[in-house]
Ligand binder design. Structure first.
Ligand code: C2E
Ligand code: MG
Ligand code: MG
Length: 547
C-alpha cells in the first residue's frame, strides 16, 4: 500500500517525539530535560500549526475572499482526502455557501419577475436585454401593450377575476413568442412589453395584428365571458433610440398615442416623431406648464338662466388660455394636454379658488349669492382627498355656502373611473355641494349612470338641441328626455341654446334651466356683474309697478 506524503511525515514526527520522550525518561537529568522539553514543545507546536492552524487559516482566507468578491458560486478547497475535522469544517462551509447561493438566486428571481404571471418585470427585461446582447442583433422592436378598459373589468368583476384575465392573456402571448431571443415582460397593471429582434416593419405589423386578434377573442373567467382589446405602441432600436431606456420610453409614448386616438390600434413612435401635430402638442404641453405662473390663464363665466322667468340663477366658470404667441387656445384643446402632462390638478385648484373668490366678490359688491359651476377633470376626482380638502378650505375662507357651488362631472369620464367618481360625488353631496352630470347623452350608458351616480343636476349636451325645433325626431327625443329626467326628480340644464325658437321650446316644454349663446356667451366677471345689476334694476322696476 502506498502511503501518502503527509502520513509519512506525521509518522516520522511522531517517532521523533516518541524518541525524545523516551530519552528524557531514561536520562531524567536537568541538563537534557530543559533542551529536550524545549525541542518537544517546538516540535509539537510546529505539528499543531502544520496540521490544524494553517489549514483553518487557509479555509478562512478563502472564505474571506469569496465574501468580499461576492462570488457565491466559488467553493472552498483543501488538501488531503482524510475525513478529519478540517475536512468536515470545509464541507459544512461549502454546504452553507450552497444554500446562500440558492437563496440569492431566489431573491434575484423575485427582483426580476412579476409574481402574478411569472414574466420578467421591467428590471428583469432590461437585464435580459443586456445579458443577451440583443442590441448587437441589428434592429429590435419594443412592443408596449396596454389593455383597453381593464380597470373597468377589475372594478366590476373584482380583482381576482382581473388577475385571472391577466394570466390567460399571458399564456396567449407566451404562445406567440417565436424563438428564445424574444422576450415578454409585465410592467405592472395591464401593461406588457414584448421585445422582438430582427423583424421587418411589415412582418411586425402583420404579427402584432395577429396578436391583437388573438388577445381579443373570448376569455372564460369564473362564470363570465369577456372580451378585451389592446392598444400597442412600437418603437425600434436603433432607429428611434440607442439605449434600452430610450426605446422603452418611446414605445410607452406611442402606446399612449394609440389610446388617445381611440384605442385598439398600433402606433409606431417613428410616425409620431414625424407628426407635426404631435410635436405641436409637445410644445403646447411645455408652454402650458408655465402658463399658470405667467398669468396666461383666466376664467370667463357663462350665465345660466331659469326657464320660466329667465332670471340669471348661476354661472359656469370656463377656463381660458391666452398663449403669448398663439393667442387664445380653446379648453377642449389644452385640458387633455394638462391631463396627460399631469398638471391638471394644479390648474384645477386654481380654477376652484378663483371661482369661489369671484362668487364672494360678487356677493360683497351687493349682487347677491350667485351659484358657480366648475368643471373637474378625472385626475382631480382620482385625487379626491386633495380636492375636497382645498374646497373645504376655500369655501370657509371666502365664506361661501357649499350649496352655492356646483361641481360638473363629464359623462365620458365615468366609463373608466366609475368607482372613484361615485365616491367623489357622494362626498360632495354629503357636504351639500351640488353635483352635475355634464354633457349628458353623449357618453356611454347614459341612463344607467343616473342610477349609479349621486348627482342632482343633469346638463343635457348641446347636440340634443341643435336641430330643435326644426327636426321632429330631435324635438320628440328632447321632450322625452325632459319627461324622464323630470319624473326621476333631477334638476335639468339645457346646454347650447342659441336661438329664440330653441329658447321658447325649452321654456314651454320643461322646467329646465337654460345655458347658451342666446342669453350670453361666456364673459368676464365684470360683464356678469353688469348683467346682474341690470336684472336687479328690472326686478326693482317690476316690483315698483306692482306696488
Ligand atoms: P362644458 O363644461 O360642457 O362647457 C360648455 C361649453 O359649451 C363651453 O365651451 C361653452 O362656451 C360652450 N357653449 C355654451 N353655450 C353654447 C352655445 O350656445 N353654442 C355653442 N356652440 N357652444 C356653447 P368651452 O368654454 O370651449 O369649454 C369646453 C369644455 O372644456 C367644457 O365643456 C368643459 O368640459 C371643459 N372645460 C372648460 N373649463 C374647464 C375647467 O376649468 N376645468 C376642466 N376640467 N374642464 C373645463
Ligand atoms: Mg361644464
Ligand atoms: Mg357641457
Amino acid at each position: 500500500m502506498k502511503l501518502q506524503r503527509k502520513t509519512w511525515w506525521i509518522v516520522s514526527v511522531s517517532i521523533l517525539v516518541y524518541f525524545i520522550m523516551l530519552f528524557l525518561v531514561i536520562h531524567p537529568r536537568p541538563l537534557y530535560m530543559v533542551p529536550g522539553l524545549l525541542v518537544l514543545v517546538l516540535v509539537l507546536s510546529y505539528l499543531f500549526n502544520k496540521l490544524i492552524v494553517s489549514r483553518v487559516e487557509n479555509l478562512s482566507k478563502q472564505l474571506k475572499r469569496i465574501l468580499t468578491s461576492k462570488e457565491l458560486s466559488s467553493r472552498l478547497t483543501w488538501s488531503g482526502h482524510n475525513q478529519d475535522e478540517i475536512h468536515q469544517l470545509g464541507s459544512s462551509i461549502n454546504e452553507m455557501l450552497d444554500s446562500i447561493e440558492e437563496a440569492q438566486k431566489e431573491v434575484n428571481q423575485l427582483e426580476r419577475c412579476d409574481p402574478l404571471t411569472g414574466l420578467l418585470n421591467r428590471y428583469g427585461l432590461q437585464e435580459e436585454f443586456h445579458n443577451r446582447h440583443l442590441n448587437q442583433l441589428g434592429n429590435i422592436s419594443f412592443l408596449f401593450l396596454d389593455l383597453d378598459g381593464f380597470k373597468r373589468i377589475n372594478d366590476s368583476l373584482g380583482h381576482q377575476t382581473g388577475d385571472e384575465l391577466l394570466k390567460q392573456m399571458t399564456n396567449r402571448m407566451l404562445g406567440m413568442l417565436q424563438h428564445d431571443q424574444e422576450l415578454l415582460g409585465r410592467m405592472g397593471g395591464d401593461e406588457f412589453v414584448m421585445i422582438v429582434p430582427d423583424m421587418s416593419k411589415e412582418e411586425l405589423v402583420h404579427r402584432t395584428h395577429e396578436m391583437m386578434r388573438s388577445l381579443k377573442s373570448e376569455y372564460s373567467l369564473e362564470q363570465v365571458k369577456t372580451y378585451i382589446t389592446t392598444s400597442v405602441g412600437i418603437s425600434r432600436f436603433p432607429e428611434d433610440g440607442n439605449s434600452f431606456e430610450e426605446v422603452f420610453q418611446y414605445a410607452d409614448i406611442a402606446m399612449y398615442e394609440a389610446k388617445r386616438k381611440g384605442k385598439n390600434q398600433i402606433v409606431f413612435y417613428e410616425e409620431l416623431a414625424r407628426d407635426l401635430d404631435y410635436k405641436h402638442v409637445l410644445d403646447l404641453e411645455n408652454d402650458l406648464k408655465f402658463s399658470l405662473d405667467q398669468g396666461e390663464l383666466y376664467l370667463d363665466y357663462q350665465p345660466i338662466y331659469s326657464s320660466g322667468d329667465h332670471l340669471l340663477v348661476g354661472v359656469e366658470a370656463l377656463l381660458r388660455w391666452n398663449h403669448p404667441q398663439k393667442g387664445l387656445i380653446p379648453p377642449n384643446r389644452f385640458i387633455p394636454i394638462a391631463e396627460n402632462g399631469g398638471f391638471i390638478c394644479d390648474i384645477g385648484e386654481w380654477v376652484l379658488e378663483q371661482s369661489i373668490r369671484q362668487a364672494a366678490r360678487w356677493r360683497d359688491a351687493g349682487l347677491g349669492e350667485i351659484g358657480i359651476a366648475i368643471n373637474v377633470s378625472k385626475q382631480q376626482m382620482k385625487q379626491k382627498d386633495r380636492f375636497i380638502m382645498k374646497m373645504d378650505k376655500w369655501l370657509k375662507q371666502y365664506n361661501v355656502a357649499p350649496s352655492e357651488l356646483q361641481i360638473e362631472i363629464t359623462e365620458s369620464d365615468i366609463f373608466y373611473y366609475d368607482n372613484e367618481i361615485r365616491e367623489f360625488a357622494q362626498i360632495l353631496r354629503n357636504k351639500g355641494v351640488r353635483v352635475a352630470l355634464d354633457d349628458f347623452g353623449v357618453g356611454t350608458s347614459s341612463l344607467f349612470n343616473l342610477k349609479q351616480l349621486p348627482v342632482n343636476v343633469v346638463k343635457i349636451d348641446r347636440s340634443f338641441i341643435r336641430c330643435v325645433p326644426q327636426e321632429s325626431f330631435d324635438t320628440t327625443l328632447l321632450a322625452g328626455i325632459y319627461h324622464v329626467l323630470d319624473d326621476l326628480g333631477f334638476e335639468v340644464v339645457t346646454e347650447g341654446v342659441e336661438s329664440a325658437d330653441q329658447m321658447e321650446f325649452v321654456s314651454n316644454s320643461s322646467s329646465s334651466m337654460i345655458q347658451g349663446y342666446y342669453f350670453s356667451r361666456p364673459v368676464s366677471p365684470h360683464q356678469i356683474a353688469l348683467l346682474i345689476q341690470q336684472q336687479l334694476v328690472r326686478q326693482e322696476a317690476a316690483a315698483g309697478k306692482k306696488v
